[in-house]
Ligand binder design. Structure first.
Ligand code: CAA
Length: 262
């Protein structure tokens, strides 16, 4: 794949490394606020990458903001009926169905729908000056795309309630300490670090990365018993793959594996 076959207005797409796609939110004047079109473009780009065999995607913003939330200007006059019929629900469903790993690389503000977008990725790498929060309460609304759900699972009830109810922000160091963020790096090296991590994952056996993503996603939606069952079946499934033989033989023969995705 040399380049993506669609043109977008609110995002930039690139292929910084072999098998690695990048999506950069590009509405700097509004701190990358997420309107429906932007969310739709993100999903279209992800689907295009997925169909083209891209193995890992880095989703990022700019130095000032990953995204400062849903677009307040686009929402201010919305009615309940606009929101209930909203295309956004279907777009989020498509985002959640993407099978390849998505790394959120976060610098600057990561707020409201922006934090929800980052949390919907597989993991977050944050620059040390990033700021997180669910400030919807400050504009008399509530989180609408996972803030009360995913933040609670990451931070626990007490902290999630504190931050959703006060609308205060928390730091990258706190986000890391509390398990929301996988890794914290100097802000200026964020993209470089995200690329190193993406390259590492892109070199793994493709079907194993998908099965692991499926298992971890299922842990949010199932009982422990059902999740363990799915995980065990996926584990068995890898023994039908050539890559499993290659990975284990490469280890025993002390050489690098050569994966085929089969
Ligand atoms: N939507 C639309 N525009 C936004 C925006 C948003 N979420 N966040 C910032 N902007 C715009 C500002 O209106 C401003 O535009 P103008 O230059 O035309 O005035 C521009 O971006 C720069 O913002 P500020 O001047 O406010 O920048 P700052 O550095 O002083 O403050 C900030 C930064 C603290 C992040 C502040 O912009 C802010 O509080 N933004 C709103 C955050 C928020 O409430 N997010 C939640 C939205 S609701 C939501 O997300 C619902 C959901 O769960 C689905």
């Amino acid at each position: 794949m040399s380049k993506i076959n669609k043109t977008f207005e609110n995002i930039l797409t690139s292929l910084p490394l072999e098998s690695v796609g990048m999506i950069q939110l590009n509405r700097p004047k509004v701190l990358n606020a997420l309107d429906t079109q932007t969310l739709h473009e993100i999903v279209l780009a992800l689907e295009e990458y997925e169909n083209a065999g891209i193995r890992v995607v880095i989703l990022t913003g700019n130095d000032k903001a990953f995204a400062a939330g849903a677009d307040i200007k686009a929402m201010v006059e919305a009615k309940v009926s606009d929101q209930i019929n909203d295309l956004r629900e279907r777009i989020w469903k498509r985002f959640n169905g993407i099978s390849i790993p998505i790394i959120a690389a976060v610098n600057g503000f990561c707020l409201g729908g922006g934090n929800e977008l980052a949390m919907a990725c597989d993991f977050i790498i944050a620059g040390d000056s990033a700021r997180f929060g669910q400030p919807e309460i400050n504009i008399a609304t509530t989180p609408g795309a996972g803030g009360t759900q995913r933040l609670t699972r990451a931070l626990g009830k007490s902290r999630a309630s504190y931050y959703c109810l006060t609308g205060e922000m928390f730091s990258a160091a706190e986000a890391y300490e509390w398990g929301l963020v996988a890794k914290i790096v100097p802000a200026r090296t964020l993209i470089q670090e995200a690329k190193v991590t993406a390259k590492k994952i892109a070199a793994k056996a493709p079907l194993s990365t998908r099965l692991i993503k499926e298992g971890i996603t299922a842990s949010f939606n199932s009982t422990l018993e059902d999740g363990l069952k799915l995980e065990r079946r996926n584990f068995y499934l890898t023994f039908a793959l050539e890559d499993q033989k290659e990975g284990m033989n490469a280890f025993l023969e002390k050489r690098e594996p050569n994966y085929k995705g089969e």
